[in-house]
Design a protein around this ligand. Structure first.
Ligand SMILES: [Zn+2]
Length: 123
């Protein structure tokens, strides 16, 4: 194991981009994991305050219509989506779960480049 004593890569984002911080988590994922654990330990009243302070949930009345456990699961997914989406996508590539087609990627980038050049000519 190169990354940490017990883990080949971060157990959350599956990358080796950041140093191991603790519990199999990297320096990026560790504080997010702590935030989620803290949020999950809140009682309903304190969870309401947390939701108000963290306004990234678009439909609060809909969220509040669910039981507390479901609310916490939705909030956890939102936190992970907001803070870890791209890092986890990178982790899928680094760990080989997703194979990136470099030739296709180059064609897409060339196409975008072509459109930018074409648009600049029109100005
Ligand atoms: Zn991580």
């Amino acid at each position: 194991m190169n990354w940490s004593r017990n883990h080949e890569r971060c157990t959350s984002c599956k990358t080796t981009l950041f140093k191991h911080k603790g519990n199999g988590l990297c320096a990026k994922c560790y504080p997010i994991d702590r935030e989620i654990k803290k949020m999950k330990s809140l009682n309903e009243k304190k969870l309401d305050i947390y939701i108000i302070k963290n306004i990234f949930i678009p439909d609060i009345p809909k969220l509040k219509s669910k039981d507390v456990r479901t609310q916490k699961e939705i909030i956890q997914k939102e936190i992970e989506f907001k803070k870890l989406r791209y890092l986890r996508q990178y982790g899928c590539i680094e760990s080989g779960d997703i194979v990136v087609n470099i030739v296709l990627l180059e064609n897409i980038l060339n196409d975008i480049r072509g459109r930018i050049i074409k648009n600049n000519d029109n100005l």
